[in-house]
Design a protein around this ligand. Structure first.
Ligand SMILES: CC(C)(COP(=O)(O)OP(=O)(O)OC[C@H]1O[C@@H](n2cnc3c(N)ncnc32)[C@H](O)[C@@H]1OP(=O)(O)O)[C@@H](O)C(=O)NCCC(=O)NCCS
Length: 385
């Protein structure tokens, strides 16, 4: 028997590709998209520009950005059959399940799904960037019993999302919060969902199938689903004074506190810092009782978690922890957080899929077999328990 190899459970510490899209420095809490600091992109850029940057590797000129925005604006519509499925499913299914299903449906309107022409594949990704936000907004609106609102080409990406969700044009402050979250969620190197999309892409399956793998993987609470889970935990805590008791009991019971910890960051997630800053600013600008309470709970939980697990285990808040209260300040419900994440991460998935296809190699890792061999086959009538 050969010697058992070292198994890197969860691929921890394993490099699977080369990329020039994103750098995460987990020891120093830094993040760059195509070489640009996340703090600068959050402050000065917008989601359309960031998507262009991720896809094409450089910031657009004014003219290129306008052309790119024009493409996005003109592709936001939702086909009628897709809308009908949203209407049927939204009464019963979680928005992530609806979004996964209807994203898959979009391949039905594409008669070159399996093309290997990279210009066409790039174009499909741009279409998905435009449509996933519309789908998310429509799902969020229809599940609350409201009528679908058509996209408005005069609005930018974040404005249009809020318009299609809430039925009114947002003010600048609400727009900035959604745009910010779109920017911060757009990319994060080869995380679980990006890896899943690359595994599918590596088989030379199509863009839609690869993106569906990403969506399915993002859903889990250890990954993108943590934002919804973290807010629901804050609701379960209820009052700020309950925070410490709740967290200590959860830790004693070996439960994970959602919105904390990260495979790569062993210090404060730089995106979480940005979200927390915006949340604090937002509360001063538009104070509501719900968000005030959520922020108090979040800050008390953060303090305790850092004391208990920060320096000892490298467990710090991640982007998903403060995201929930910030989304609540724009009146977005918890079940829509991960679909919004999808609507943004499509830019990262798409950029990685195109990059990986330039040097494609089928993903096929090995497993160490632990079972038996050469067992005798027994006919069914002779088998016992
Ligand atoms: C993200 C996550 C899966 C990364 O975990 P990982 O790199 O696989 O690390 P492990 O799951 O092996 O955890 C290492 C240790 O830290 C603990 N830990 C990790 N995250 C924790 C959390 N959120 N709350 C409490 N303990 C946590 C584990 O229990 C484990 O403890 P042990 O060594 O005593 O067994 C993990 O931190 C987690 O579950 N976080 C909560 C979900 C979340 O917020 N996900 C979004 C990430 S952006």
């Amino acid at each position: 028997m050969p010697e058992k190899p070292v198994i890197n459970w969860g691929l921890e510490g394993v490099y699977v590709n080369e990329s020039s899209i994103c750098k995460v420095d987990g020891q120093n809490g830094k993040l760059w998209y195509r070489g640009y600091k996340i703090e600068d992109l959050a402050k000065y850029s917008n989601f359309e520009e960031v998507s262009y940057l991720l896809l094409y590797g450089k910031l657009p000129t004014k003219e290129n950005l306008e052309k790119f925005q024009e493409k996005l604006r003109s592709r936001r519509d939702i086909p009628d059959e897709v809308l009908a499925v949203i209407k049927t499913m939204s009464k019963r299914a979680h928005p992530m399940d609806v979004l996964r299903t209807v994203t898959s449906m979009l391949s039905m309107y594409d008669n070159q799904v399996m093309t290997r022409d990279m210009a066409l594949n790039e174009d499909k990704i741009i279409t998905l960037i435009a449509k996933l936000s519309s789908l998310t907004a429509a799902i969020g609106r229809i599940r609350k019993g409201y009528d679908y609102i058509e996209p408005d080409e005069k609005l930018d990406h974040a404005q249009n999302f809020l318009y299609m969700l809430h039925g009114k044009k947002p003010n600048d402050s609400d727009r900035k919060i959604i745009d910010l979250m779109f920017i911060l969620h757009a990319e994060h190197s080869t995380n679980a969902s990006t890896f899943a999309s690359l595994v599918t892409a590596s088989t030379l399956a199509d863009v839609y199938s690869s993106v569906i793998s990403g969506i399915s993987t993002l859903k889990g609470p250890l990954h993108g689903g943590a934002d919804e889970a973290a807010l629901k935990m804050m609701y379960a805590i209820g009052e700020p004074d309950n925070t410490e008791k709740y967290i200590l009991e959860a830790l004693d019971g070996k439960q994970r506190i959602m919105g904390f910890g990260h495979r790569v960051y062993k210090v404060y997630d730089p995106r979480a810092k940005i979200v927390r800053e915006y949340l604090e600013k937002r509360l001063q600008e538009k104070p509501t009782e719900e968000v005030r309470k959520l922020l108090q709970i979040a800050l008390r939980a953060e303090k305790l978690m850092i004391e208990k697990l920060g320096n000892t285990k490298g467990i710090w808040p991640n982007i998903d922890f403060f995201a929930g209260p910030l989304y609540r300040s724009v009146d977005i419900e918890a079940e829509l957080f991960t679909p919004i994440f999808v609507s943004s991460r499509i830019s990262g998935w798409g950029s990685h899929i195109l990059e990986y296809w330039q040097n494609n190699k089928l993903f096929r890792p090995l497993e160490w077999y632990m079972g038996k061999l050469d067992l005798q086959y027994i006919p069914i009538e002779k088998r016992t328990e």
